[in-house]
Design a protein around this ligand. Structure first.
Ligand code: NAI
Length: 326
C-alpha cells in the first residue's frame, strides 16, 4: 500500500531531525514556505498538513485544503490562534501538541528575566570588545520582588516554581484558577499595580488580545519589567514602545512580537524595509528580543515529533481525533 503523504510547512533543519528519526511509515514533504493562500497548493496529494505557529490557517486556506482532499490539520505546536476554528469545524479535524515541554518555555522566560535585569546581554558584548567596565550594569535582587503571572497553566505554573526558587513573591491572575494553589490569585488590576515583573503565560484569544495596552501599562508600577513568551498579540506594541521610551517600564523580555510572521525564524539581515516598531524595539538597550525561540530544546522537539506522529497514527490507523482543538 502506498504510504500516506504529509505536507510540513515552515520547516527548518532543526524541525526535521526528530520527525526523520521517529517516522517509520509516512512520506514526508518538508516545505520551507509558510502555509498561506499562495502555498496551499503544495499540499496537493497529501492527506494531512503539519503547520507551525506562523502559518496561516484562515478560511480561504482551510477551504483550499478541503478542496485538495486534505483530511487533517496536525499542528506541530501548542498554540492555535492562527487557525480559523469556525471555518474548520465539522469539515476537517485540527489537532495539536498540547504540552511538549512547558519547562523549555518557563526556563527561557527566566533566562530573559535574568539577562534583562543583570544586563548580561550588554556585558557579553562589552567583554568581547575588551571593555571590562561595570558602569551601567547595575541590576536588582530578584529575591523579595513580586512577580505577577498572567495565566497559570502548564508553563505559568513552572515559571512560578522557578520564581519561588529565587525567593520571589508570586501574584497570579487566571479566570480559571487552580484549586489548592500555593500562590495568591488576585484580580488583573491588583496584579498590574503590585508586580515588579509581569510575565504573560495565557493563550491569545479574543479576551486576551492586547491585554497589555496603554491602560494596563498605566496601572503598572513605575519601572516594572514585562516578559512575553506567549504570543505577540497579547501586547499592544506601540504602547509598549512608548512605555519603554518614557521610562514607565524599565525593560521588556520578548520572545514574540505582534507582527512577527514576516520576520521570525528567518534571516532578514539584508532587509531594508523593516517594521519600524520592531526595529526600534531591538535597538533599545532595555529590550531583549528573541525570535520565538522559547520552545527550542531537544526535549521539546522530540516531544513535538512524537505527539504529532501519535496524533496522525490515531487518525489514520484508528479513526480517532486526539488532542483536538475543536
Ligand atoms: P495552558 O493551556 O496550559 O495554560 C494557559 C492558561 O491561561 C490556562 O490556565 C488558562 O485558564 C489561562 N487563561 C485563559 N484565558 C486567560 C485570560 N483571559 N487571562 C489570564 N489567563 C488566561 O497553556 P501553556 O502550555 O501554559 O501555554 C501558554 C501559552 O504559551 C500558549 O498559549 C502559547 O501561546 C505560549 N507558548 C509559547 C511558546 C514559545 O516558544 N514562545 C511555546 C509554547 C507555548
Amino acid at each position: 500500500m502506498e504510504s500516506i503523504r504529509l505536507a510540513f510547512f515552515d520547516t527548518k533543519p532543526y524541525d526535521r531531525v526528530w520527525f526523520d528519526q521517529l517516522n517509520t511509515h509516512y512520506t514526508i514533504k518538508y516545505f520551507e514556505h509558510k502555509l498561506n493562500e499562495d502555498s496551499v497548493s503544495l499540499a496537493r496529494g497529501c492527506r494531512a498538513v503539519i503547520p507551525f505557529v506562523n502559518d496561516t490557517l484562515n478560511a480561504a486556506v482551510i477551504d483550499a485544503l478541503c478542496a485538495e482532499g486534505v483530511e487533517m490539520i496536525a499542528m506541530r505546536c501548542a498554540g492555535y490562534n492562527n487557525v480559523d476554528r469556525h471555518a474548520a469545524k465539522n469539515r476537517i479535524p485540527v489537532v495539536r501538541v498540547p504540552g511538549y515541554s512547558p519547562y523549555a518555555v518557563a526556563e527561557f522566560t527566566a533566562g530573559l528575566l535574568l539577562t534583562l535585569n543583570r544586563k548580561i546581554h550588554k556585558a557579553y558584548a562589552r567583554t568581547r570588545d575588551f571593555n571590562f567596565s561595570l558602569n551601567g550594569l547595575v541590576g536588582f535582587d530578584l529575591h523579595g520582588r513580586t512577580v505577577g503571572v498572567i495565566g497559570t497553566g502548564k508553563i505559568g505554573q513552572i515559571f512560578i516554581r522557578i520564581c519561588k526558587g529565587f525567593g520571589m513573591n508570586v501574584l497570579a491572575y487566571d479566570p480559571y484558577p487552580l484549586e489548592n494553589a500555593d500562590f495568591s490569585y488576585v484580580s488583573l488590576e491588583e496584579l498590574l499595580q503590585k508586580s515588579d515583573i509581569i510575565s504573560l503565560h495565557c493563550p491569545l484569544t479574543e479576551q486576551t488580545k492586547h491585554i497589555i495596552n496603554q491602560d494596563s501599562i498605566a496601572q503598572m508600577k513605575d519601572g516594572a519589567i514585562l516578559l512575553n513568551t506567549s504570543r505577540g498579540m497579547l501586547v499592544e506594541s506601540e504602547a509598549l514602545l512608548e512605555a519603554l521610551k518614557n521610562g514607565k517600564l524599565a525593560g521588556a523580555g520578548l520572545d514574540v512580537y505582534e507582527e512577527e510572521t514576516e520576520f521570525f525564524f528567518e534571516d532578514r539581515s539584508d532587509m531594508v524595509k523593516r517594521d519600524t516598531i520592531l526595529s526600534l524595539l531591538v535597538s533599545m538597550p532595555n529590550v531583549v528580543l528573541t525570535s520565538h525561540q522559547a520552545f527550542l530544546t531537544t526535549e521539546a522537539l522530540h516531544n513535538i515529533a512524537k505527539v504529532t506522529l501519535e496524533n496522525l497514527d490515531a487518525f489514520f490507523q484508528n479513526g480517532q481525533v486526539q488532542n483536538s482543538i475543536q
